[in-house]
Write a protein that binds this ligand. Structure first.
Ligand SMILES: [Zn+2]
Length: 177
């Protein structure tokens, strides 16, 4: 069970293996729940996230350190030790998602690098069209929805937070209201 760490960059894969070993040595258990992600996988997760169906934050496709093999998600049991494991990772020089994303571990600066790569690549692939076509929307921002190509029937129950995300996506794609 769990995701393979094989696709992670060497530096992270070795450290991930050490972290996992340390967890089990301490009498806890842990498993990798997400490691290297394809663009399609990131799109699927992102769609789930902005639809409110994912428990942890998900970066937009192209913008996640997971897509570059520089991050992994790791779930510790018992759960009350998740923070300790995160702090251990930080003490080793890594970056951890903290309270907002307790399962997320990455190389130093990985998310910042991924964001820069995502901005560089924005416009290559109209991924937002795939995502927008299956989103539940609801607020009366029809111009935004039209821009993103969201079918009328799908515009139900968007939260203010989701709307903010969508607005930022649309702005990245050149939307001006
Ligand atoms: Zn993550």
């Amino acid at each position: 069970m769990g995701a393979s760490i094989d696709g992670l960059v060497d530096e992270l894969r070795d450290a991930a293996r050490e972290l996992d070993a340390a967890v089990w040595r301490a009498g806890l258990s842990g498993r990798f729940t997400s490691t290297l992600r394809s663009r399609a996988e990131q799109e699927r997760l992102y769609r789930a996230y902005i639809s409110g169906r994912h428990p942890f934050p998900v970066a937009a496709p192209g913008f996640s350190a997971h897509e570059y093999g520089e991050a992994f998600d790791y779930l510790v049991a018992p759960a009350e030790y998740q923070n300790d494991v995160g702090q251990t990772w930080v003490s080793w020089g890594g970056e951890w998602g903290g309270a907002a994303d307790v399962v997320h571990f990455e190389l130093p600066g990985a998310s910042a690098r991924a964001a820069a790569r995502g901005r560089d690549g924005a416009g290559d692939v109209p991924w937002y069209v795939n995502i927008a076509s299956s989103l539940p929307f609801g607020l009366g921002t029809s111009l935004l929805f039209d821009f993103l190509g969201v079918p009328t029937a799908a515009r139900a129950n968007v939260s203010p937070e989701q709307l903010e995300i969508l607005q930022s996506i649309a702005r990245q794609q050149g939307f001006r209201q």
